[in-house]
Write a protein that binds this ligand. Sequence first.
Ligand code: AMP
Length: 114
Amino acid sequence: MGDTIFGKIVRREIPADIVYEDDDVLAFRDLNPQAPVHVLFVPKQVIATLNDASAADADLLGKLLLAAASYAKREGVDKEGYRTVINCNEQGGQTVFHLHVHLLAGRRMTWPPG
Ligand code: AMP
């Protein structure tokens, strides 16, 4: 699978504002935040898009979501609420082809998304 800027962040080749790490997941603040809290949760193992995930990745996908929920609790935004997003491919708005979960919080989200 192709390398991306997120692979470079995982390998510490370029800097990022890292807010969480465990054996499988790295989380860092989005460079271009769309909400007061905007953090990206990426698997250390590269999966390009959600289309490329398989049953073998089920635990990893769950870990990404649970890491996002734990972070929201730690930041104290869990009760007021937040949004998690995985963009997939062009029409989904994906620009970095290393799967990631966006956590957005700190403002009222609109629905449907644009
Ligand atoms: P997506 O459009 O879902 O692929 O999301 C990619 C996100 O990565 C965008 O919100 C970008 O602002 C963010 N981004 C791109 N480069 C970096 C970087 N070096 N550090 C942190 N966030 C980044």
